[in-house]
Write a protein that binds this ligand. Structure first.
Ligand SMILES: [Zn+2]
Length: 632
């Protein structure tokens, strides 16, 4: 037998395994400064974590730690405010100081995987204590992408789209990230928020629930609803001129009794429209606060509690505070978003961390009809022609729309082909209609570049698929709409091998919001919608175009309010409205996301080149100018 009596075990551990020394029980913000190292891959500032760059995360991190007196912390943070780093610091500090079962939910499984690979794993690998605990970064059954098992605890990641994961075994720390982008109802099992909340019941009193998100639409935003139940801490900084504290706000009410918002951020632009200077007007003294004051102001920032006494802690910080995003770039983004609903919504939600006021409202048919203009050909500003078709039992209804720079559009013709959907002659007529080049103002003939046909009506789907298969080369696609908040106009594109066609799923609610927003634009230019006098655009067209309204609907399973588009009670038909929305989706498909109009400006996509010297009509197909942005 060995005699261990003269060995000081504690000393031996300290000497040989300094990393196994018991962790210090320190506030999480201090733990981060001692243990977190950022790599250049995931952060602009690489090296040891410092709370100086984002001082607003100190208080939330400390309150998210154990024994803080809070069991529920809510973060309504704008983009580039280190929300994810704040979560990672907290989860890592828990693993080190107070391990237990933990879960980090993101909206989808693929996002959870992505976050684990690009954010969490580098953070663990760069943290000596945790990296050793997990076997030095080697992958094994204790260290997989979605699960990290450590002595006394575990951290698992999951998407918020799996009912099994959401209502599984108990967890002590539950982090629900980007909750405004979670599905409303998880595969018929109810709301993800109530499913996951059940998981912490066993740990009652010791549990920590962390909810975070940038917000979405007012009235339907889970993070805003949650934040309003907290003590509402707003990040404020002192003015460099008068020293008074205030929130850095892009716009604010100057008078509490009025609803009018005044823009506090001012920009100077050069002749080319580029933002060259940005300043924020102090609410108290009216002096201009400049970008260069940012760092110093942030060091002296503090939270202002607006709802003291609440049992949950809530933090609000917008993107104007971020040292990672300049005010000039915020200005550039603001001007780019002007008159563009999707960009404006994203700017308000992600940069300002504010909810988007749903401005969708009923439009009177007469007001649109009254602005119809005198043009009967394709105006010279048109770059693309698209067509959208709605299939009815006894007829096909369609509209050809011309698209110019920045989605300014011109109605060209609203047309009906009478005939049953299962009669081949109906489809032959559609073939002829779509293939007939249209004459422009300048005499050039232009063909329709892309056609969307609604295939959602079960009975005619087969006929639509057949036509789309036969006209695939001419970019004729079958579409169907899907409802739901926060979807893109083009939600999904699927090449269906069985039917040998491309089926495009549209985010119907977003598309309708966008089209309603655009119909209300009054100035010619970006997103303005033109209608011609005549050409099939009669009073009935405008009545159908304005047949739907947006109403509040309560989801009985999740008890949450949803804003949905519904046909008005006194209306029966809405074909021209659907078709109008499909055309907008068709041009979104021609102009892939983030494609620049400058690349196609001045071009005529689909122009038919004809040789004037030609005597006999050629049997060859006319040469058509292809879309440089899209190689289908
Ligand atoms: Zn001031």
């Amino acid at each position: 037998m060995y005699d261990y009596s003269d060995i000081n075990l504690e000393r031996l551990i300290e000497d040989c395994f300094p990393l196994l020394a018991p962790p210090e029980n320190i506030p999480f913000s201090q733990w981060a400064e001692k243990n977190r190292v950022l790599d250049s891959m995931s952060s602009k500032f690489s090296g040891a974590w410092t709370n100086k760059i984002t001082p607003w995360v100190i208080e939330p991190m400390d309150l998210m730690g154990p024994n803080s007196g809070y069991n529920h912390v809510v973060l309504m943070f704008g983009s580039q405010t280190s929300k994810t780093e704040c979560i990672i610091n907290t989860l890592l500090a828990y693993m080190d100081i107070s391990p237990g079962p933990m879960m980090w939910f993101l909206p989808t499984d693929s996002q959870a995987q992505e976050y684990s690979k690009t954010r969490l794993m580098p953070a663990i690998n760069n943290c000596e204590r945790l990296s050793k605990m997990l076997g030095g970064g080697a992958r094994d059954s204790n260290n997989t992408i979605m699960s990290k098992i450590i002595p006394g605890g575990s951290l698992r990641l999951s998407g918020a789209n799996s009912p099994t994961n959401m209502a599984g075994y108990p967890v002590k720390v539950l982090c629900r990230d980007e909750i405004d982008r979670w599905p409303d109802d998880v595969k018929g099992e109810g709301s993800g928020l109530s499913l996951t909340a059940q998981r912490t019941v066993t740990f009652q009193g010791e549990e920590m629930i962390i909810d975070t998100s940038t917000p979405t639409t007012k009235g339907c935003s889970a993070i805003e609803d949650m934040f309003l139940l907290t003590d509402q801490r707003h990040w404020t900084v002192p003015c460099p001129h008068c020293g008074e504290y205030q929130e850095l706000l892009f716009r604010r009410k100057l008078n509490e009794d009025s609803d009018e918002l005044t823009r506090m951020m001012h920009f100077t632009r050069n002749e080319a429209g580029a933002v060259i200077k940005a300043e924020l007007i102090c609410y108290h003294c009216g002096c201009a606060i400049l970008e260069e004051h940012k760092m110093e102001m942030q060091q002296n920032g503090k939270y202002e509690v607006r709802n003291p006494g609440a049992s949950k802690a809530g933090f609000f910080v917008n993107g104007l505070n971020s040292l990672f995003t300049s005010w000039i770039s915020i200005g550039e983004r603001f001007f780019e978003a002007k008159g563009d609903m999707l960009k404006l919504k994203s700017f308000i939600n992600t940069v300002l961390a504010e909810t988007w006021e749903d401005t969708a409202s009923y439009i009177k048919p007469d007001s649109i009809e009254a602005r119809a203009e005198d043009y009967d050909k394709v105006p010279k500003e048109v770059i693309y022609l698209t067509c959208a078709v709605d299939v009815q039992r006894d007829r096909l209804e369609m509209e050809i729309r011309g698209w110019g720079k920045d989605f300014e559009s011109w109605g060209i013709e609203y047309h009906t082909i009478y005939g049953a959907y299962d009669e081949p002659t109906t489809w032959t007529q559609l073939h002829d209609y779509l293939n007939y080049p249209l004459e422009r103002d300048d005499g050039i003939r232009q063909k329709i570049f892309c056609t969307f046909i609604d295939s959602a009506d079960g009975t005619s789907t087969k006929s639509v698929y057949q036509f789309c298969r036969e006209h695939k080369k001419n970019r004729v696609f079958a579409i169907h709409g899907r409802g739901g908040e926060n979807m893109q106009p083009i939600h999904a594109i699927k090449d269906c091998n069985q039917n040998k066609i491309r089926i495009i799923t549209l985010g119907s609610d977003t598309l309708k919001d966008l089209c309603n927003f655009n119909l209300k634009i009054k100035e010619h230019g970006k997103n303005y919608v033109h209608f011609p006098k005549g050409c099939g655009y009669d009073s009935n067209y405008y009545k159908m175009l304005t047949a739907e309204e947006k109403v509040d609907e309560i989801n009985k399973k999740t008890n949450r309010i949803k804003r949905v588009w519904r046909i008005k009670k006194d209306q029966k038909r809405n074909e021209s409205w659907d078709i109008f929305c499909y055309n907008r989706a068709a041009i979104e498909h021609c102009m892939p996301k983030n494609a620049k109009w400058e690349r196609v400006e001045g071009k005529i996509i689909g122009a038919v080149e004809e040789k004037k010297t030609m005597k006999k009509p050629s049997k060859r197909r006319p040469k058509v100018i292809r879309n440089p942005l899209l190689d289908v």
